[in-house]
Design a protein around this ligand. Structure first.
Ligand code: NAD
Length: 375
């Protein structure tokens, strides 16, 4: 069989779905040919020659997309769709929540696997692209935020006087939020953090940050806050109002606010109101990692950095793509681990285990139709 690695075409997408390390493993059995589109790795600092040295052959777009197994970062779109082969296996972040785009991919007749739908079970952790990329986004959010902030992050005692440490507020402490706390800590900031899920408190404190508590007033609130399958659920309006009041007070003290709150398949919850932004200190910076899903911060604009009376709101998209080489390295390993369920890297044997929970959960289209999500 032919395994194809196309170059990503979405604007700003610098990542690639395979690296020389994973190509070497995919080619190791000698049973399958790996074809990499020329230039596919350049934006991730991987020259074509490194893929060739790992055992791939270089190809054009049509050859890479026309392979039997196509490994992608983003869902194919536009002109890419016509180049996919009916019955081919397609693996990537296929954005299954976008029904229109999903129907277009399904229409090509590929058997598509969307890595967004990997179940959060131990066996799937090594394949979990959402976690590997969120980790990078959390790191980069702090770096970008610190860059936009016109003061130091650490406390400094100098001959010219003392500089206070920056105060960082992290809202939404999943994978990205935890890494944001760890990164801000390394830079010497003083950190507060909050999340709807109560289980996060211990993790926040173990990283040296202070937990900002939004108390539950009913059993219903407490139950919803537990989330489902590791993900949050939308909280009742009364809790959101209490959270907004507490966040307002904490944000007024903060120099850098990082928001990461997401609810799968829904618009991101609004955690910072416009009046809170207006009450923040001049020079403060907010980085909204949820901007692609509508944003946690009122007034955040996708793809740009806006200034609201001296407070900057960073709405840059796809932060992992700004750490392209490492983001690709981790993504490619995730994809290889997922593919290894079906393709034995040593023997080369290929057999998709249709009864495997991971395979069933991620299958999004087949034989021209969209496969409804398993409950
Ligand atoms: P996510 O990206 O879906 O959401 C980010 C965070 O936002 C979550 O912590 C969520 O609780 C929080 N949030 C949502 N609504 C909020 C609100 N209104 N106010 C405040 N916070 C809000 O989450 P994620 O980072 O993908 O992961 C969530 C959890 O799942 C983590 O604890 C992670 O460790 C766990 N996880 C487990 C596995 C596994 O067991 N295989 C894999 C990945 C992640």
């Amino acid at each position: 069989m032919i395994i194809g690695i196309p170059r990503e075409t979405r604007p700003g997408e610098t990542r690639v779905a395979a690296t020389p390390e994973t190509v070497k493993k995919l080619a190791a059995s000698g049973q399958h040919a790996v074809v990499v589109e020329r230039g596919a790795g350049v934006a991730s600092s991987i020259p074509d020659a490194q893929y060739e040295a790992a055992g791939a052959s270089l190809a054009d777009t049509a050859q890479a997309l026309g392979a039997d197994i196509v490994l992608k970062v983003r869902a194919p779109a536009g002109a890419e769709l016509a180049m996919l082969k009916r019955g081919a296996m397609l693996v990537g972040l296929l954005n299954p929540f976008d029904a229109q785009a999903m129907t277009a991919v399904a229409g090509t007749g590929v058997t598509g696997f969307a890595l967004e739908w990997l179940p959060r079970i131990t066996r799937a952790q090594a394949m979990d692209v959402l976690s590997s990329q969120a980790n990078i986004a959390g790191y980069k959010a702090v770096i970008v935020g610190a860059n936009e902030y016109g003061r130091f992050m650490p406390m400094l005692m100098t001959a010219a006087g003392t500089v206070k440490a920056a105060r960082v507020l992290v809202l939404g402490v999943g994978v990205a939020g935890l890494q944001a706390i760890a990164t801000a800590k390394r830079l010497g900031a003083v950190i507060e953090a909050s999340d709807v899920r109560p289980s996060v408190k211990d993790q926040v404190e173990s990283l040296g940050a202070k937990w900002v508590d939004v108390p539950y007033e009913t059993d219903e609130e407490r139950e919803i806050a537990e989330g489902v399958g590791g993900y949050a659920r939308p909280m009742p309006p009364a809790w959101m109002a209490r959270q907004a009041a507490i966040v307002h007070e904490r944000a007024k003290q903060a120099d850098l606010v990082i928001t990461t709150a997401l609810i799968p398949g829904r618009p991101a919850p609004k955690l910072i109101k416009a009046e809170t932004v207006a009450a923040m200190k001049p020079g403060a910076v907010l980085v909204d990692l949820a901007v692609e899903q509508g944003g946690n911060v009122e007034g955040a604009e996708a793809g740009s950095i806006v200034d609201r009376n001296g407070v900057k709101i960073v709405g840059l998209l796809n932060l992992p793509a700004l750490v392209a080489a490492d983001a690709s390295a981790l993504y490619a390993r995730n994809v290889l681990n997922f593919l290894s369920l079906s393709l034995n890297p040593k023997s080369g044997e290929f057999n998709v285990p249709r009864d495997d929970e991971i395979v069933q959960a991620t299958l999004v289209c087949e034989n021209g139709t969209v496969v409804p999500r398993k409950a």
